[in-house]
Design a protein around this ligand. Structure first.
Ligand code: UDX
Length: 434
């Protein structure tokens, strides 16, 4: 099928490349001309495992092409909207980009079309988009269907998440649009039908509540972790104990610094904003956010108390991205930790396998935050090691090299090291609830 993707950022590129990979003829559109020029040459604006290969392969076999003009997609009838919807400073999602796309689409659409919203949008937006499109094309006598098809892509495993989805949510009342979406996703539903049909409003709420629930799970375990520390319990054991109950499930029970990234924080803020403006009580969602912020201050306090003279002490920090396998530092709690430590300690040396460039730009004006190319550089100038992101390369450190740490203290903000191993090597170990 011929498909246009509007917005070639993170979600748009993954969606476009994967739809091309499963045999569709995809045109990715973006108003950012430079981005499109680069994409045509196979240069990607983001780092995401497997994505570059997929883009290059599908450019070569002509399933995937790029454009920065709407005029190149006027003959198309299926449009996936993948533009960003960042929160403005009142925590309200900013729909400026989305509505501008809708207005441009209204100008160029020539045939009956299906408009699929992948971006996470505030409740009721699909209906609003439909209203705006119908108004815009009122003279053209065309039928437009708007479908809510939220993305569930995790950074770092987005291609895999797209190709092996646990579910595909399709929100629309139109039988014709359901059939079109069903054929688009058919190659992903060979073993079992992953599609769940619902209304647009339910699809929008499904996306928000999935993210809010996952974030709540994380904040919940982090609250329990604080209790575990007090009573001398171990969160690794507690996690296994509670996760073996199928009603609770094994995933998303890892205590640590908490959640970051471009989705969870934004979606929770948007949901609590929606509750506030509609006079609804927000308790769980607010508490989840509060606990997540609290994690940073309590970890920084723990680090502070571990050293006698912080102002005369330098630290080595491993990890600044919000999670492993990404260079994304948006809403990264590691960044918050580094920021706080830089105010209290003499010097902070930071190492991250992929996010160094972004982190360096962020800390441009901080005179006591420096960056190292190798994770053991500057170790003899540091008293302790602080782990903020669970990159795989941090899980089995070389304790011989770490022994140059002046005070041999390791603060593990992601609980990835084994206490026994660390202590056997004569280091002091402090994790989260362990
Ligand atoms: C998330 C959702 O998972 C995805 O479905 C949605 O579409 C977009 O938002 P992403 O933001 O890429 O994806 O991150 P995810 O892998 O879900 O992790 C979110 C954060 O939670 C990370 O900072 C991670 O370190 C943290 N986390 C995760 C924990 O602290 N503990 C856990 O047990 C799991």
């Amino acid at each position: 099928m011929k498909i246009s993707i509007i917005g070639s950022g993170y979600v748009g590129l993954v969606t476009g490349a994967c739809l091309a990979e499963i045999g569709h003829s995809v045109t990715c559109m973006d108003i950012n001309k430079k981005r499109i020029i680069n994409l045509k040459k196979g240069i990607l604006p983001i780092f995401e495992p497997q994505l570059e290969n997929l883009v290059l392969k599908n450019i070569k076999n002509k399933n995937l092409n790029f454009t920065h003009t709407y005029t190149s997609i006027t003959e198309q009838t299926i449009f996936f909207i993948c533009v960003d919807t960042p929160n403005n400073n009142q925590n309200r999602p900013d729909l400026k980009n989305l509505f501008s796309v809708i207005s441009s689409l209204g100008d160029i659409i020539k045939k009956d079309s299906v408009v699929v919203l992948k971006s996470t949008v505030p409740l009721g937006t699909n209906q609003e988009v439909h209203k705006r499109l119908v108004k815009k094309i009122s003279k053209k006598k065309l039928k437009i269907t708007v479908v809510s098809n939220p993305e569930f892509l995790r950074e770092g495993s987005a291609v895999n998440d797209f190709m092996r989805p646990e579910r595909i949510i399709i929100g629309t009342d139109s039988v014709k649009a359901r059939d079109i979406l069903k054929s688009i996703y058919k190659p992903l539903c060979r073993k079992s039908d992953k599609i769940i049909y619902m209304s647009t409003n339910s699809a929008e709420l499904t996306k928000y509540s999935a993210n809010a629930f996952l974030a709540t799970k994380i904040s919940f375990v982090n609250e329990i972790a604080e209790i575990a520390e007090l009573v001398g319990a171990d969160m690794h054991e507690v996690r296994k104990g509670i996760g073996s109950d199928s009603r609770i499930g094994k995933d998303f029970l890892y205590a640590g610094l908490g959640y970051g990234g471009s989705c969870f924080p934004k979606d929770l803020k948007a949901l609590s904003y929606f509750q506030k403006v509609n006079g609804l009580k927000s308790s769980i969602i607010l508490a989840t956010q509060e606990r997540n912020h609290h994690n940073v201050s309590s970890f920084v306090k723990k680090i502070n108390l571990s050293f006698k003279e912080p102002k005369a002490t330098s630290l080595l920090v491993w990890g600044s991205s919000f999670k492993p396998d990404t260079d994304d530092i948006r809403e990264s709690l590691a960044i918050e930790v580094i920021k706080s430590l830089s105010k209290k300690f003499k010097k902070i040396y930071v190492y991250d396998p992929e996010a160094s460039k972004n982190t360096r730009e962020f800390f441009h004006d901080f005179t006591n935050v420096a960056f190292v190319k190798n994770k053991y550089n500057q170790i003899s100038n540091c008293a302790g090691l602080v782990i903020c992101t669970e990159w795989k390369e941090f899980w089995n450190p070389d304790y011989k090299k770490l022994s140059f740490l002046k005070e041999r203290i390791i603060l593990d903000g992601r609980n990835i090291l084994n206490r026994q191993d660390v202590e056997k090597n004569n280091f002091i170990y402090k994790g989260i609830g362990t």
